[in-house]
Write a protein that binds this ligand. Sequence first.
Ligand SMILES: Nc1ncnc2c1ncn2[C@@H]1O[C@H](COP(=O)(O)OP(=O)(O)OP(=O)(O)O)[C@@H](O)[C@H]1O
Length: 243
Amino acid sequence: MDKNIIEARNLTLEYTLIKRTDLKRGIMGALKKHSEKKKFKALNDVSFEIKHGKKIGLIGSNGSGKSTLLRMLAGTMAQDSGELKIDTESVSLMALGVGFEGELSGRENIYINGLLLGYSKAQIDEKLEEIIEFSELEGFIENPIKTYSSGMKSKLSFAIAAHIEPELLLIDEIFSVGDAKFRKKSEAKIMSLIHDERTVVMVSHNMGILERLCDEVIWLEKGKIKMQGEAKKVLEEYKLENK
Ligand SMILES: Nc1ncnc2c1ncn2[C@@H]1O[C@H](COP(=O)(O)OP(=O)(O)OP(=O)(O)O)[C@@H](O)[C@H]1O
């Protein structure tokens, strides 16, 4: 299909920073007229278009704005200025640890996380047993999450996120979860989600995965697009600069 699913024009987003050592003064200051807030542009005049069905990689050094951009595409964060048009209602962000409630059981947390990720209650009912089986936590699913190890939480988080089937799938660096066996299974699951009709935007520091899966790559640095275009070409430039 040749229609754009994403049109981003001049997206800019600023975070307000308060120096840690000055936190108390900062909070007090924020209450006063002349506060000591410092603005920081996490995204600075970012424009791009993505066509339906394309697989796009997002690269850039730590703190370059990749996760911020994904959250904006997912609709959980709004730009300060610029325009973002998304030609579908069916969008999900696959990210780990969307937020578990420690006192509640694994099963209850599947519902909470599923709803946060955009599932309906009926969709969760339908997928519940599959999610539990995939997570390999059948024996623990009625226990409170606070009793889970971090590996168990990651597995459950992945299992929930991997059972969404949106038109636009956003993936935030979730390629290495759990032990070796689970990792293999989760990679296979991700591959099955990245099929022809679905549009995918994925953040990863793994160049091999991006080269295999992406048509195009957008390279962010300090909140600005440094380069965008054919995956192989952009990745080569990126690797040259980051040797
Ligand atoms: N809630 C926040 N408040 C203030 N600054 C933030 C907040 N979230 C992110 N930032 C800052 O915005 C910048 C972009 O962060 P972002 O998480 O989008 O980067 P990233 O490219 O995904 O990084 P990484 O590769 O490390 O995951 C960073 O400098 C980060 O410190």
